[in-house]
Write a protein that binds this ligand. Structure first.
Ligand code: FAD
Length: 384
C-alpha cells in the first residue's frame, strides 16, 4: 500500500473531524495535512451566548497547533489556489500536492451585497461582531430592534430566531423590554423552511407569545445607515434603532476560482459520499451544496459538516487500505433551539427522507438548554 497524502482545506467543524477520523483509521505512513488561515478554532454556536456576555472569547476558542501532537500536520496558512489538474494546493506557506483533497472551507460573508448593510448592521456571526453587539446590547435603553435576514442560504437556520429569543429575554432581565419593539424581517415563508411548516408554525407561535413581530417573505433591497431604515423590495421602509443582520453568504473565492462551485451556488456533491465531479476531491460542510428531494438545499449546519466528515474519512481510509468504501451520509441532523429564560427546544430530522424531510420538535424546557451547554463542553474537549 503506497503512502498517501490527504490534504484537508479548512480547520472548522468538518476539517477538524475529518482529520481526526482519518488519523484514527490510517497508519503513520500516510500524511494528513490540515490547512487553515486561523490559529484558533472558534465554536460558532456559542457566539449567541458570547453576544449576551455569557461567554468570554477564550472559552469558545481552541489553539489548532496542538493537533500536531495527534499526528495531524496542521499548517497555518491562507489557501490561495487549487490546481485540480496538477493535484496541488497553493498556500501562503507554499504548495501542497495531494492524493486526496477534502474541501471544508465553509462559507464566506458578503456584506457588500446589500448597500449600506456593512455600515449599519451588527453581526453576531463573527467573533468581533458578536463582541461589538454584546457591548451595544449592554448599553441599549430601548427602541426598535430589527433582526434582518438579507438572503438565503445562511448557516444554522435556527440562529436568527435564537438570537431574537435571547435578546428578548435579555432585555426583560435588564428591564428595557417594555421600551423595545422587536421584529424579524426575512425572505423565508416561515422559520426554518426546510424543516417544514409544522415546525415553522411552532416557532412562529413562540415568537408571537413573546411579542416578537415576524415579517416573512420580505426581501431586503438596501439599508440607509443615516436614516436608520431598511428598504424592502415591497418598497416598505422599516426603521430601526438597532439592526442585527445575518451576513449574506458566498463560497470562498478560492473555490470559485477553481471552478468547483456551480454558477451562483455551492460545490455540488454526491449527497451520500460527498464526492465532487473531480477525481479524489471531496467537499463537505457549508461549502457543499446538497439538493434534497423537496428541491430545497440541505441546511448549512455543523451537525451535517461533522457527520459528512466522518463519512468521507471512513470511505477514504477504506479505499486507501484496499477495502470497500461503505459509509454513507444519511442526512440526519439535530439542533438545539435557544428560547431565552434558560430554556431551549430540540429539533431532529431525517433530511433525506422522501418525499420530504421528517422533523420532530421536542417540548422546550430547561433540559435542552443544559444539553446545549453540555454539547459545547463535549465538543471543545473531544477534538482539542
Ligand atoms: C452564530 C452561529 C451559530 C451556529 N449554531 C449552530 C448550531 O447550533 N448547530 C449547528 O449544527 N451549526 C451551527 N452553526 C453553523 C456551523 O458553525 C457551521 O455550519 C459549521 O461551522 C460548518 O463547518 P465547516 O467545516 O463547513 O466550515 P467552518 O467551520 O466555517 O470552517 C471553515 C474553515 O475554513 C477556513 N478557511 C476559509 N477560507 C480559507 C482560506 N482561503 N484559507 C485558509 N483557511 C480558510 C476558515 O478559517 C474556517 O476555519 C452556527 C453558526 C453560527 C455562525
Amino acid at each position: 500500500m503506497a503512502a498517501k497524502q490527504i490534504v484537508i482545506l479548512g480547520a472548522g467543524i468538518g476539517g477538524v473531524v475529518a482529520a481526526h477520523a482519518l488519523r484514527k483509521r490510517l497508519g503513520s505512513e500516510h500524511r494528513v495535512i490540515l490547512i487553515d488561515r486561523k490559529r484558533l478554532y472558534l465554536f460558532s454556536p456559542s457566539l449567541l451566548w458570547l453576544m449576551l456576555g455569557w461567554r468570554e472569547p477564550r472559552a469558545i476558542q481552541r489553539d489548532l497547533e496542538p493537533l500536531r501532537n495527534k499526528g495531524i500536520q496542521y499548517v497555518n496558512a491562507a489557501i490561495t489556489g487549487l490546481d485540480l489538474g496538477e493535484r496541488k494546493v497553493e498556500t501562503t506557506a507554499g504548495g501542497f500536492p495531494y492524493d486526496y483533497l477534502i474541501v471544508a472551507l465553509g462559507a464566506d460573508y458578503a456584506m457588500e451585497r446589500v448597500q449600506g448593510l456593512e455600515e449599519a448592521a451588527h453581526v453576531f456571526y463573527t467573533l468581533e461582531g458578536a463582541e461589538r453587539l454584546r457591548d451595544t446590547l449592554r448599553g441599549f435603553t430601548g427602541g426598535k430592534v430589527v433582526v434582518s435576514i438579507p438572503s438565503l442560504p445562511f448557516k444554522c437556520p435556527a440562529a436568527p430566531y435564537e438570537a431574537a429569543f435571547l435578546i428578548e429575554s435579555y432585555f426583560r432581565e435588564r428591564g428595557v423590554r417594555d421600551r423595545t419593539h422587536l421584529r424579524i424581517v426575512t425572505p423565508e415563508p416561515h422559520p426554518m423552511p426546510v424543516a417544514g411548516p409544522v415546525l415553522g408554525g411552532a416557532i412562529k407561535a413562540m415568537l408571537a407569545q413573546r411579542g416578537i413581530a415576524y415579517s416573512p417573505e420580505q426581501k431586503l433591497k438596501g439599508v440607509d445607515p443615516s436614516r436608520k431604515a431598511l428598504t424592502l423590495e415591497s418598497d416598505e421602509e422599516v426603521p430601526f434603532d438597532l439592526l442585527v443582520a445575518i451576513p449574506p453568504h458566498r463560497p470562498p473565492q478560492v473555490v470559485l476560482e477553481a471552478g468547483l462551485a456551480e454558477p451562483g451556488g455551492w460545490i455540488p456533491v454526491d449527497k451520500e459520499t460527498l464526492k465532487t465531479k473531480q477525481e479524489g476531491v471531496y467537499a463537505l460542510g457549508d461549502v457543499a451544496g446538497i439538493k434534497l428531494v423537496s428541491g430545497m438545499m440541505l441546511p448549512k449546519a455543523g451537525v451535517f459538516a461533522h457527520h459528512e466528515a466522518e463519512t468521507v474519512a471512513a470511505n477514504l481510509a477504506a479505499e486507501i487500505k484496499g477495502e470497500q468504501p461503505r459509509a454513507r451520509f444519511d442526512g440526519r441532523g439535530y439542533c438545539f433551539l435557544e428560547l431565552g429564560d434558560g430554556k431551549a427546544g430540540f429539533a431532529s430530522g431525517k433530511f433525506f427522507a422522501e418525499p420530504k424531510p421528517v422533523l420532530n420538535l421536542r417540548r422546550p424546557g430547561r433540559l435542552w438548554h443544559v444539553g446545549k451547554i453540555w454539547f459545547e463542553k463535549y465538543w471543545l474537549r473531544r477534538w482539542f
